[in-house]
Design a protein around this ligand. Structure first.
Ligand code: GLA
Length: 746
């Protein structure tokens, strides 16, 4: 149960897992006191004892003449520009380019049920239930009549605090918001490592860890998406701590555009992470009476390191972000045509492929790209969402129904936000493209970006997509976004006298509004997110797309790293993984079937393979794989993931997923190792921890094993895994793997 109480100038928010405590400082500013394990019996005396301030805040600027009170050495909940705290602020407001020096102080507060957190416009948000509660602190600047509401929501059973900020102009003149972060996470001490997820196309979310010292480190995207290069999921973990031990805090944003997470350590040994929309490409005009609402910010805590934190975030995303219609539901196993045929498609070759796919037990056939306009290459036709009749002379609906007759669902690829100059749409509406009236324009994959800040453009795209979805009886829609946004300038905003600084935010709101239109009219269509692979892997997209294509890189080894790191902040049931051909189309690497399977099984399984060509994997093998995966799927959808050995540090990575009945351990050996240990075993310490609620006994290959044995001594590993049994000379030794199943004895 969530309780929120006020004890004089303190607010205490608690559920079974955590407590979050704030203090209202003498000038009315909210400051942070505590975030961590639940403190069930905290009272005013203890709070006064722990918060007693000593020292003179030497060397700082003071709030009042003659006093020692400064904001510089406080852990501020929502630092404002231009106060006695000089660290990077959460909020900056100006009028006619003159900064306002706000004096925000608590005026009032409310506690209410959080299930009413509907957003002002199409904006993804946590789907709280009636057990959640929100504390709203109403802060007010009396001089400028600017109200700032800080919202803190706790749910019943999650070590997570959700923050959001609303800025309201109660004055009589327009103001400009230059920066409005969603919130700030404060942690005491300076002994923290920052873990973040950097990368590139086909190398998304490479885990990076660095020690924080006094100063600031920015984790950010300026791409107009959460990006391949970075990710809003950012973690603070104790300096040098193991991944599964000690305190760890994580933040994420329910947002999909450019973001900034600023990690800072000050001279008073305090660490803060300010997180929100990137202020460099954002400013927002607020007319009298208007309110701006920031994206929600998730702040999670675990005392089991970033591995424990991964379970806090995964459970929360499954329960409160994903569409409940799909969150825990079996997802169709797809065969995707992209790596199978690329642009070389027509109804005949696709149908032959579909027949084979159906025989192999595939559940959904996805035509990925190439089906519309005159799309024979990636230089043309984006924007022309009507079928290419030269490829589908009988129509796409006829093809879709043939696929359905084979017993499969039908899926299609769209890239709604993009346009090629070589298209009907461009010829008709050149002004629907983001581009300044003069000067340079840059291309990504020969394409330009549509002006999704213009509601007319969004509606027009939807009106093209709608009949296709209807007529084909679409079950699955892959929504791609293949280029980042440059020269962001909208003729629509110009015509309406809206600042171009609002473009990036308005663009993503346009994207969300298209998602809403599709989901309103076609609630049963499963939308898979994609952005040139995993370039927009964030809770904003996950609100609409219950799964996201993790990366365009389908090489088994690279995928293991990308998936392992992605699973640090996201549930496996959001990771769309396909088994693809060898040699890998991206790396040219040869990795055996077993290894690719044992990687792809940790997520939502699919295939991207041309069954017409000779493969190391035939229809029968696929059928068997699918049967095994089906057994494992409940654990993927409902289970908890334990990170055991990281592919970033170990030649023998391992992870395990457990639900109430089953435990699956994936063990890999990247390079063969002559020194293989004859009694090799892998300790599973998590099976014995009370809080994981796992059984005391398991069956593994007819052998009864206690959790104590598995935790203390370990699970026996085969002396050589699948690789050594491979016939092909190149395979021997390297890239071995095994998937070990343990059944709970209850
Ligand atoms: C992007 C996607 C791929 C595929 C192609 C099609 O690269 O990430 O999965 O859909 O586009 O053009």
């Amino acid at each position: 149960m969530v309780t929120i109480s006020r004890l004089e100038n303190y607010f205490v928010l608690t559920n079974q897992k955590i407590s979050y405590i704030l203090e209202i400082l003498p000038d009315g500013t909210p400051a942070h006191v505590y975030f961590g394990k639940c403190l069930p019996h905290i009272d005013l005396q203890q709070l006064q004892y722990i918060c007693r301030r000593e020292g003179k805040s030497a060397g700082t600027i003071k709030v009042y003449k003659g006093s020692s009170f400064s904001l510089a050495d406080q852990m501020l909940e929502y630092p404002v520009y231009g106060t006695t705290s000089f660290q990077s602020p959460a909020l900056m407001i100006s009028v006619n380019q003159s900064p306002l020096y706000l004096n925000l102080s608590l005026q009032d507060y409310e506690i209410h049920a959080a299930c009413h957190n509907e957003q002002p416009e199409a904006m993804p948000h946590c789907r709280f239930d009636e057990h959640a509660k929100t504390l709203v602190l109403h802060l007010m600047d009396e001089t400028w009549k600017i109200g700032v509401d800080l919202l803190y929501t706790l749910t019943d059973d999650s070590a997570m605090v959700i923050r959001q900020t609303k800025v309201t102009n109660h004055g009589e003149q327009s103001i400009q918001i230059d920066k409005a972060a969603s919130g700030a996470l404060n942690v005491g001490g300076s002994d923290w490592d920052l873990v973040h997820f950097e990368g590139s196309w086909a190398r998304e979310r490479q885990q990076v860890r660095q020690n924080l010292v006094q100063g600031q480190v920015d984790v950010q995207s300026l791409y107009g998406s959460s990006s391949h290069q970075s990710n809003p999921y950012t973690v603070l973990t104790r300096t040098g701590a193991r991944e599964d031990q000690e305190d760890a805090y994580g933040v994420n944003l329910v947002y999909s555009s450019s973001f900034l997470n600023e990690a800072m350590v000050n001279e008073f040994d305090a660490t803060r992470l300010v997180s929100g929309i990137h202020p460099l490409t954002f400013a927002w005009t607020l007319r009298p009476g208007q309110t701006f609402t920031t994206p929600e910010m998730m702040m999670g805590y675990s005392d089991q390191g970033m591995d424990g934190l991964s379970r806090v975030f995964s459970r929360f995303i499954r329960d409160f972000i994903l569409n409940p219609r799909f969150a825990y539901r079996h997802r169709p196993i797809v065969l995707n045509s992209w790596e199978a045929v690329y642009f070389e498609l027509n109804e005949d070759n696709l149908y032959s492929l579909a027949k084979k796919a159906a025989r192999a037990g595939i559940e959904c056939f996805v035509v990925d790209d190439g089906w519309f306009g005159k799309r024979d290459t990636d230089t043309t036709s984006l924007g022309d969402w009507f079928v290419d009749e030269s490829k589908f002379p009988h129509g796409l609906d006829a093809f879709a129904s043939k696929v359905r007759k084979l017993g499969m669902e039908f899926g299609l690829w769209f890239e709604p936000e993009m346009i090629n100059e070589e298209s009907e749409l461009y010829r008709q509406h050149p002004d629907w493209v983001l581009r300044p009236p003069k000067g340079r324009i840059s291309y990504g994959r020969s394409q330009l970006v549509l002006d999704f800040a213009n509601p007319q453009v969004v509606e027009a795209v939807y009106q093209m997509m709608k009949p296709i979805i209807e007529k084909t009886g679409l079950s699955y829609l892959k929504w791609d976004m293949n280029r980042d946004i440059t020269e962001a300038w909208s003729s629509y905003l110009d015509r309406h006298g809206i600042s171009q600084m609002e473009l990036f935010h308005r663009y993503i709101l346009g994207v969300y509004s298209l998602y809403e239109k599709i989901q309103r009219d076609f609630p049963e269509v499963l939308i898979e997110g994609c952005a040139g692979g995993g370039g927009r892997f964030d809770p904003g997209i996950l609100y609409y797309s219950s799964q996201i294509w993790v990366s365009d890189n389908t090489d088994g080894f690279d995928r293991l790293k990308i998936q392992y790191a992605t699973s640090m902040g996201y549930p496996l049931s959001c990771l769309s993984n396909h088994i693809a051909e060898i040699p890998s189309h991206q790396t040219g690497r040869l990795i055996g079937t077993e290894f690719r399977k044992d990687v792809a099984f940790f997520g939502i399984l699919g295939y991207e393979i041309n069954l017409e060509r000779k493969q190391d994997l035939d229809e029968e093998q696929i059928r068997l794989q699918i049967e095994t995966y089906r057994q494992m799927e409940p654990a993927i959808l409902h289970g908890d993931l334990y990170h055991l050995r990281s592919p970033f540090h170990s030649n023998q990575p391992a992870w395990a997923i457990a639900d109430k009945e089953d435990l699956y351990v994936g063990v890999y050996r990247i390079l063969s190792d002559l020194q293989s240990v004859p009694t090799a075993s892998l300790r599973l310490p998590f099976v014995q921890k009370e809080e994981n609620h796992l059984p005391k006994e398991w069956i593994c290959n007819d052998q009864r094993l206690t959790s104590a044995l598995l935790a203390q001594m370990g699970l026996r590993l085969p002396s050589s895994n699948n690789g050594t049994n491979q016939k092909s000379a190149q395979m021997v030794g390297d890239f071995q793997s095994c998937l070990i199943h343990l059944k709970a004895v209850r």
